[in-house]
Every structure is written in structure tokens, then in C-alpha cells.
Design a protein around this ligand. Structure first.
Ligand code: GLN
Ligand code: ZN
Length: 771
């Protein structure tokens, strides 16, 4: 083991898709057969080495300062393939097999995909059993190191650590009752040791192992259990001589029991998340970290640069955190980001349409590297460049605090006048059910979740409108034609409660962000969501208000085309916040209240326009759930309140729907009940209505468990749909059951949509006949 020092500043990871989403384009061309394997491999290579060069130019020019957290699809899959947790005995995994794991093929379904901690990134979930053969494939990581070296860079290879990899895996279907993936930790550790030995033989001096499992309360094991396991595993790994020096990172929150366990194992470097939001949630964390590290030989990589958010750091305040660590006795101190920068866009520099003041307040991945560099320089007594950076930071902090863009007194007064604590719509549910009989809905009413297929014509019209080839009026006409045909289709199919199809919405959050005051949107601010999928989160910059009605014209137009009820369609406050970058100068709950009352005005306007069924989508309710159990009740409280604010003053005769997707409802089922919607539609087809069995009396709302899994182009037949409706009726009384798909139909084609919806209505008719 060599002893080259840890770089004075670094980052935990960097966006992988490329500044212009080159990886996305290469992946999609390859999958579509437009480019061959060689071309794909060579573009993936260029993207990686161009990123290294960019990082070096940005200042990461010390050896091992550049993290090689590269992956063609997902870093968890990449690690699982490298350490051999997936792929069986095969000594190598070729591209075909790699993408079969990620995306499935004709014979196999893909690995399940789910949220990576509390981020908007999705990872692939490895499946493990007692029989899983673990075959380490060190050549993969050696290739990455060598490729970088050939291009002139000494990079720091990256793997998800063994504890986190297993804690975030799941048991295979045939693993047997009670099998816990963590029971394979010893075997898996052998694989890591093999890889570390090979890296050492190849002259690699540092490796990064990410262990975020230690900052979260997971169901698979308690915090103490995970800490004990980590202590054992790292005791083994670090006790071995033939290995590079190890940096263990612990992003996404504060360590509890894990802190002492990791320090006791004595890695050469330990990174902790010291972002303002983490410190706000975990009182005394800085002091605790200092105490644990004081007097040890471990380099503390202090994650003071917030990798979760896009705000320029308050460098003076951040430097104070570093000084506190030093004063607390931490001798070896380096600066890093709190988490990988993969969760923020590349650079503010390419955003030409941002208001200039706002541009100065922002810091994306590249700018954050500059901040880390300035802090590292300041720790060593400062530099001219650091002084500049501090001056810019001071200006950003001051102008943002004083800006009229961030503070709207009228909004603040309105929200301050709201009652504290929970609010409740009146009359209670039972009274509203009576009032809503006036809607005249049939038994087991059919509906859809909102969007209809986004046709190529609509996408083209949107692009043409953006480029100026279509005038506003022409674009509106094109959208109106689409709404009309969506209404006609639903009439033809005999659906009871119609939707307008949402063709005017590029995205269910950005659409509202563009119409509300207090948000800005970017042109190039793409962030990888999974594989080749990227999203462009909007940014909440200040107090939020609604300058004018946002959805009323579309709802009114759609309603004018039919005698049936057409649903008004809104995105709820929690989902708007979950899929945006949020403010760091007020708690999320403040923005949630503000969005809540803005949407309440929209509800009133929809009612005035004759819309009597309004859906408020909250598919992201579960996503913001804090990683630590003790923080969850407070979150659910404000989340539920903000939803209730939207519907608080709705007429009793107005039927409020909500929609949530992703099937794991266990932890939030009470909160979903507490939303107090009149009708709740949820994803349920794949789990075959399983979750309905968990509903108790407190869940009073009518419910539409999805019977058509819209994630696949497969058309469910009438028999299958009939059976699912009957299965739902085992747990839900007839008068409370709705019939609908799992989610919106945006990603489906018209042919399969039409057939599936026809079958859905037929199935409902058959069940009603048999009642
Ligand atoms: N109303 C939205 C749609 O149908 C809901 C999308 C979602 O739940 N993600 O597209
Ligand atoms: Zn959905």
C-alpha cells in the first residue's frame, strides 16, 4: 500500500451523461441499431475522457482528485457487475448482457428500478439469494483506470461499498422466506478484496467506496446492525495489506452509529455529508465528526459543498464549518461535495436566458468544483482566485437575501394568516359523498389518470412552436385538435369521467413552474434520472404565487366538448417541490404552503368555470420521505397540509381526486388516507391489488386501484381485467371502487391505448352485470 496523500479538494462524483447529453444520444442510437457496438464504445470512451479533461481544467489536477464514477447505465449496476453480484459465473459481461440486465430482453425482464435514497435518481436493484455465484470482474475497473491513464489522468476508481450494495439489493423470488441479502456480506467482501488487490498490483493508490446505507433508516437492518456490519467488513478490507488506500464516503445524510464504526475501522480517508440541510437536520453533527476524527490519522473529506442543490455556497459560512473541524482537532482535512454532483446539471455558464441576478445565485456541478477549490485554498491561507470566489459568494448571498424576486410580502402575509397545524375541508367525507351524488356517476365508474399518448405530431408541434415555425395561435389550434380527438375517443370508448389528455404539458411539474411566479426554468439543466433518461428540474427561487389561471382555459374547452364530466388536472405541491430544486433559505414546508394556496385559487377558478371533478396528482409523496425515521412524521404533516390547502375551500359537490404511483405504499398509507381526497387512484396492477388488503377504516376515500400496467405496451385482455376488478372488490365495497389504469398514458401508443381502454370498459360492464 502506497502512502500518497489524499488531494486537498475533490468531489464525490460528476454527471455522467455529458454536457450535451452525449451519453443519452449514444445509448439511444445504439439501442435503436443506428450505430454499431464499436461506434457506441468509442463515443462512451470519448465522453469519459472528455469529462476527465474538463475536471482537470476546472482545477481537479491533483492525482486521484478526479472520481471515476463512470457507468454506461447506472453506478449500482456497474458496481454489481464489477464485483460480480450479478451475471453469474460469466467471466465477462458484454454490452448485450449488460443492457439486458438494465432493460430486459425478449426472454427476461430487467432488474427492478427504484429510487436511490431520497434523490430523483433511479438505480437497478440487484437480486441475491443464498445460491448467487459471486464472480469478481476486476478487469472492468482496471480498464477504466488504464483508459484514464492513457489520456493523462490519474483517477480515483469508484465502487458502491459492499454494505450499501447488499442493503439496496433484494432477495430473488425463489430465495426462500426470510432470506436477507446482507447474509452474503462475507462472500461479497472477498470479491471486493480481490478487486482491491488487483488495483494495488496495477499501482492504483486510492479507491472510493460509497456507503450511503449508513445514513438512512432502512427496513432491511437497523442503523446499529448496519454499523456493526460495516465495522466488520471494513475491518477485514482495511486489515489487508495488498490494497490501495480507501476513501469511504457517506453521502445523503448524517452518520449515527456508523460514524464510530467507520472511524474504528481506520480507512485512510472518510467523507461525510456536511451540507447545510444535513447539518440543519442533525444537530451537533460537526462537533460529533470532529470528536470522532480528532487525533486519528484519517483524512476527513468534509462534504461542505452541497451536491443536492443548485445554490451558490455561502463560502464564509462553509469555511466556518471547516474551521470548526480544525479547531475540534481534525488534523488532515480535505474539501469535497456532500454527495455526487450527478444530481445537478453541468454548468450555469450555458444558461443564457436566466435573469442575470439569478444566474449569479446558482452553482451547478462545474461551479461547485470552483467553490471546493476556493475553500481548500482558504484553508491553506488563501489565494487571489479564492479571494475572488469569496467576493462573488458574498455578493450572491447579499443580493439574493435582499431581492424582490425572492420575497413577496403579499404571499408571506397570506400564508401567515393561515391557521397553524392541520387544516380540514368541510363537510367531512360522508357529507361530501352525499353532496357528490349529484354528479350522477354510474357504479364502478371508469376514468383515466390524465395524459393521453404524446404523439409525434404533438412533439413536433411543440418543437416547431419553440423554434418559431408555429405561431402561438397555430400551436394552440394543434393542441385543441388533440384535446378534441382525445375527448371523442373517450366518448366512443364509453368512459365515464373524461380527461383532456394534457397535450399542452411538456412535463407535469415544469408546466406549472413556468406559469407560477417564484420559479425559474433552465434550458440545458439536465440531470440523469436513470439510464438514458434525463429531467430538467425547475428551480424555486422565491415566494410562489399565481399571476393568473393556469389550466382553466383547457379544462373549459374540453368540458365544452362533452356532456360527461371532464376532470380538471393539477400537480400537487409536494410533487412540484419533489421534482424541482428547492430554496435553501426557507424550509420546504414554506414553499409547500405557498404552492398550496396558489393551487387553491386554481381550484376556485376551475369550479367557477363549471368543472366539478378536480384531480390533484401527488405521485411524489413517497419520494420526499426523510431517510431517518424520526424526521418522517413532521414531513408527512406538512406534505398532507399542503395538499389539503389546495382543496380546503372546494365546494362539497366538487369531487377531489388524487393520484399516486409507485407501488410501495406501506410507509405512507396513513398519509395517503390523511390527504382526505374523495377519490384516490393508485398503481396496483403489477402487484395484483395486493395493497388493498392493507387498507383499514381510516382509509375512507373511494379508490381506483390501477388494473392496467401502463409501463409496458402489452394490451391486457378482458378476462384479466375482469379478474383484477373482482380481486379489488374483495377489499373495496362496490360503491367505493373506481376502474382506471395505473398511471397516465403519455408513454403509450394510441393503438394499444384504445384496445386496452376498450377492454377496461368491457370488463367493468361484465363485473357490473354480475353484481
Ligand atoms: N396526470 C398525470 C398523467 O397522467 C399523472 C402522471 C404521474 O402520476 N406521474 O400523466
Ligand atoms: Zn402515476
Amino acid at each position: 500500500m502506497s502512502a500518497s496523500a489524499f488531494p486537498t479538494f475533490t468531489i464525490e462524483g460528476y454527471p455522467r451523461v455529458g454536457a450535451n447529453r452525449e451519453l443519452k444520444k449514444a445509448l439511444e442510437s445504439f439501442w435503436a441499431g443506428r450505430i454499431d457496438e464499436e461506434t457506441f464504445t468509442s463515443s462512451a470512451h470519448s465522453i469519459r475522457v472528455e469529462n476527465y479533461a474538463r475536471l482537470r481544467d476546472l482545477g481537479l489536477d491533483q492525482d486521484y482528485a478526479i472520481p471515476a464514477d463512470v457507468a454506461l447505465y447506472d453506478q449500482v449496476l456497474e458496481t454489481a457487475v464489477t464485483v460480480g453480484l450479478v451475471g453469474g459465473e460469466a467471466p465477462e459481461i458484454d454490452l448485450t448482457e449488460y443492457f439486458a440486465l438494465a432493460r430486459g430482453n425478449a426472454e427476461r425482464s430487467p432488474l427492478e428500478m427504484t429510487k436511490w435514497f431520497d434523490t430523483n435518481y433511479h438505480y437497478l436493484v440487484p437480486e441475491v439469494s443464498a445460491d448467487t455465484i459471486i464472480t469478481p470482474r476486476p478487469q472492468r475497473i482496471l480498464d477504466i483506470v488504464n483508459e484514464a491513464k492513457a489520456a493523462g489522468h490519474v483517477v480515483r476508481p469508484f465502487l458502491v461499498g459492499p454494505v450499501t450494495l447488499l442493503a439496496k439489493s433484494k432477495a430473488t423470488e425463489d430465495a426462500g422466506e426470510g432470506f436477507n441479502p446482507l447474509s452474503r456480506l462475507d462472500d461479497l467482501t472477498n470479491a471486493y478484496q480481490t478487486i482491491l488487490a488487483e488495483l494495488n498490483d496495477a499501482g492504483v493508490e486510492w479507491i472510493q467506496l460509497a456507503e450511503p446505507a449508513l445514513v438512512a433508516d432502512l427496513t432491511i437492518a437497523s442503523d446499529e446492525e448496519l454499523a456493526t456490519l460495516a465495522g466488520e467488513v471494513y475491518g477485514r478490507i482495511l486489515g489487508e495489506e495488498n490494497r490501495p488506500q480507501v476513501l469511504i464516503t457517506t453521502p445523503y445524510g448524517a452518520l449515527r452509529a456508523g460514524l464510530d464504526a467507520l472511524v474504528a475501522a481506520q480507512p485512510e480517508a472518510l467523507a461525510v455529508d456536511l451540507a447545510p440541510v444535513t447539518l440543519g437536520n442533525e444537530e451537533g453533527y460537526v462537533a460529533r465528526v470532529a470528536e470522532a476524527l480528532a487525533g486519528t490519522d484519517i483524512t476527513l473529506a468534509a462534504g461542505v459543498i452541497d451536491g443536492r442543490n443548485i445554490w451558490a455556497a455561502d463560502l464564509r459560512e462553509r469555511l466556518a464549518v471547516l474551521e470548526e473541524l480544525k479547531k475540534g482537532g481534525v488534523e488532515k482535512l480535505a474539501v469535497t461535495s456532500s454527495v455526487s454532483l450527478q444530481h445537478v446539471p453541468h454548468t450555469v455558464a450555458v444558461e443564457k436566458n436566466l435573469p442575470v441576478d439569478v444566474a449569479g445565485w446558482l452553482s451547478f456541478a462545474d461551479e461547485k468544483i470552483g467553490e471546493a477549490q476556493a475553500l481548500a485554498a482558504a484553508l491553506e491561507g488563501g489565494s487571489v482566485a479564492a479571494a475572488d470566489a469569496f467576493a462573488r459568494s458574498d455578493r450572491a448571498v447579499r443580493t439574493r437575501r435582499e431581492s424582490a424576486r425572492t420575497h413577496n410580502q403579499a404571499v408571506q402575509d397570506r400564508v401567515a394568516a393561515l391557521p397553524d397545524g392541520q387544516v380540514a375541508r368541510e363537510p367531512e367525507f360522508a357529507g361530501r359523498v352525499e353532496a357528490q351524488k349529484s354528479l350522477g356517476l354510474p357504479q364502478l365508474p371508469t376514468t383515466t389518470i390524465g395524459s393521453f399518448p404524446q404523439t409525434t405530431e404533438i412533439r413536433k408541434a411543440r418543437a416547431d412552436h419553440r423554434s418559431g415555425a408555429l405561431t402561438d395561435d397555430q400551436y394552440t389550434e394543434a393542441l385543441k385538435d388533440e384535446v378534441k380527438s382525445v375527448i371523442e375517443l373517450q366518448e366512443r370508448l364509453g368512459i365515464d369521467v373524461l380527461v383532456h389528455g394534457e397535450p399542452e404539458r411538456n412535463d407535469m411539474v415544469q408546466y406549472f413552474a413556468e406559469l407560477l411566479d417564484g420559479f425559474v426554468t433552465t434550458e440545458h439543466g439536465w440531470v440523469q434520472s436513470y439510464g438514458s433518461r434525463c429531467t430538467r428540474p425547475s428551480i424555486v427561487v422565491g415566494d410562489v404565487s399565481r399571476p393568473e389561471a393556469m389550466t382553466v382555459e383547457w379544462a373549459k374547452y374540453a368540458q365544452s366538448l362533452s356532456e360527461k364530466h371532464v376532470k380538471g388536472m393539477l400537480t400537487g405541491p409536494v410533487t412540484i417541490l419533489a421534482w424541482s430544486f428547492t430554496r435553501d433559505d426557507v424550509p420546504k414546508s414554506v414553499s409547500a404552503d405557498q404552492i398550496g394556496v396558489a393551487l387553491a385559487d386554481e381550484v376556485a377558478d376551475l369550479e367557477a368555470a363549471g368543472i366539478d371533478i378536480i384531480q390533484i396528482d401527488e405521485p411524489a409523496l413517497r419520494e420526499l420521505l426523510p431517510l431517518r425515521e424520526e424526521d418522517r412524521p413532521a414531513y408527512l404533516d406538512w406534505a398532507v397540509r399542503s395538499f389539503r390547502l389546495v382543496s380546503l375551500d372546494a365546494q362539497p359537490t366538487t369531487q377531489i381526486h388524487t393520484h399516486l404511483c409507485y407501488s410501495e405504499f406501506g410507509q405512507i398509507i396513513d398519509a395517503v388516507a390523511a390527504l382526505d381526497a374523495d377519490v384516490t387512484s393508485i398503481e396496483a396492477a403489477r402487484s395484483r391489488m395486493e395493497l388493498l388488503a392493507d387498507l383499514d377504516e381510516s382509509f375512507h376515500s373511494e379508490i381506483g386501484p390501477g388494473i392496467w400496467d401502463i409501463h409496458s405496451p402489452r394490451v391486457p385482455d378482458v378476462a384479466e381485467l375482469t379478474e383484477l376488478i373482482k380481486a379489488a372488490l374483495v377489499n373495496v365495497p362496490t360503491e367505493r371502487l373506481w376502474v382506471n389504469p395505473d398511471c397516465g398514458l403519455k408513454t403509450r401508443g394510441y393503438a394499444e391505448t384504445e384496445q386496452s381502454l376498450r377492454n377496461m370498459v368491457l370488463a367493468r360492464d361484465l363485473v357490473v352485470e354480475s353484481l
